[in-house]
Write a protein that binds this ligand. Structure first.
Ligand SMILES: Nc1ncnc2c1ncn2[C@@H]1O[C@H](COP(=O)(O)OP(=O)(O)OP(=O)(O)O)[C@@H](O)[C@H]1O
Ligand SMILES: [Mg+2]
Length: 283
C-alpha cells in the first residue's frame, strides 16, 4: 500500500469557522485504489474535511493536494481538470428537486460542455443501469424516489464522468438494513470493476466491515488514528469504544474475510447488470 501512488495528501491542515477551530494540524494520505473511511462524532468535522478535499473550503493553514495538485494554489485550468477526475455523493444526496433523474445525472456531462448531445442519453442510461435503476426511473423527479433510489441516483451522477476518485458522505445513512446492504454490495462491485479510490464518511459499522481498507478517526479536532479496521477498533478512546461496541470480535482478519465473501455471493448482484460484470448477455 505504501508504494501505491498518493492520490490525496492533507498536510498540517487547520480549519476554523469564525474563530471556532474544527481541525487542528490534520495529516492524511490516501493511496490509489484504497477505500478510506472517515469516522467521528456528529460535528467532529467529517463533512468539513470532505469539503476541504473538494476545494469547497479553504483551510486556515496547511495544504491539500489531490493527484499532486495543490488546491487553492494551482491554476484554474489545472483545478478544472482535477475536478473532472472525482465524483461526489453529498450527505443528503443533493439532487436538484426541479430536475428529473435523467437531468440530475446528465448535469455534470452538460456542464463539461464537450460531450456531444447525442451521447448524453446512452451515457446516462448506462450509469442508471450500473447503479441498478431502470430506464423508466429516469423520468421521475427526486420527490418520487425512495431513500435508496435517491442514493443510487446521486451515485450515478457522481460516476457519470468516470471518476478515478469518489467521495461519499454517509452513503447508507437513512436506508433500511436491506437497502443499506444492497448499496454496500454495489459499492464493492463498482470498486472492483472501476478500480476507484474512495473516501467515505460513514457511521455504519456494517459498511465499514464490508468495504474499507483503512479507517481514519476524527476526534478532538485531530485525526486520532488512521489504519486497518482491526487496529483502529481497539483504540482506547471513548468515541472509538462506543462506535465499535459489540463489534470488536468481527474485526479479526478471518471473520472480516468471511463477512466480505458472504457479500460477494452470486445470489444477489447488488444491482449491477451482467454486462458490467463482464458476463455474457443476449442483448
Ligand atoms: N459553513 C459553516 N459555517 C460555520 N460553521 C460550520 C459550517 N459548516 C460546519 N460548521 C461547523 O463545523 C463543525 C463540523 O461540522 P461538520 O458538518 O463537518 O460535522 P460532521 O462531522 O460532518 O457532522 P455530522 O456527523 O453531523 O454530519 C460543526 O460544529 C458545524 O457547526
Ligand atoms: Mg457530516
Amino acid at each position: 500500500m505504501t508504494t501505491a501512488e498518493v492520490v490525496i495528501e492533507v498536510d498540517n491542515v487547520t480549519t476554523a469557522y469564525a474563530g471556532h477551530v474544527i481541525h487542528r494540524h490534520l495529516n492524511l494520505t490516501v493511496h490509489r485504489g484504497e477505500v478510506m473511511a472517515l469516522i467521528g462524532g456528529s460535528g467532529s468535522g467529517k463533512t468539513t474535511l470532505l469539503r476541504l478535499l473538494l476545494g469547497l473550503e479553504v483551510p486556515q493553514a496547511g495544504s491539500v493536494k489531490i493527484f499532486g495538485h495543490p488546491l487553492g494554489r494551482c491554476a484554474a485550468r489545472d483545478l478544472e481538470r482535477v475536478r473532472y477526475r472525482w465524483g461526489v455523493l453529498f450527505q443528503n444526496g443533493a439532487l436538484f428537486s426541479a430536475l428529473s433523474v435523467f437531468d440530475n445525472i446528465a448535469l455534470p456531462l452538460r456542464e463539461l460542455g464537450s460531450v456531444p448531445p447525442d451521447l448524453v442519453k446512452p451515457l446516462v442510461l448506462l450509469k442508471l443501469a450500473q447503479v441498478g435503476l431502470r430506464p423508466e426511473d429516469a423520468l421521475k423527479r427526486p420527490a418520487e424516489l425512495s431513500g435508496g433510489m435517491v442514493k443510487r441516483v446521486a451515485l450515478a451522477r457522481a460516476l457519470i464522468l468516470d471518476p478515478q476518485l469518489l467521495f461519499l458522505d454517509e452513503p447508507t445513512a437513512g436506508l433500511d438494513p436491506d437497502s443499506s446492504k444492497q448499496f454496500v454490495k454495489l459499492l464493492r462491485r463498482l470498486r472492483q470493476e472501476l478500480g476507484l479510490t474512495v473516501v467515505m464518511v460513514t457511521h455504519d459499522v456494517d459498511t465499514l466491515f464490508a468495504v474499507v481498507d483503512r479507517v481514519a478517526v476524527l476526534a478532538d479536532q485531530h485525526i486520532i488514528a488512521c489504519g486497518p479496521l482491526a487496529e483502529v477498533a481497539r483504540l482506547p478512546h471513548p468515541f472509538v469504544r462506543n462506535f465499535f461496541l459489540g463489534h470488536i470480535e468481527r474485526c479479526a482478519e478471518e471473520d472480516l474475510r468471511r463477512f466480505r465473501l458472504s457479500l460477494d455471493d452470486t445470489s444477489d448482484d447488488g444491482g449491477v447488470p451482467a454486462v458490467l460484470r463482464g458476463e455474457e448477455t443476449t442483448h
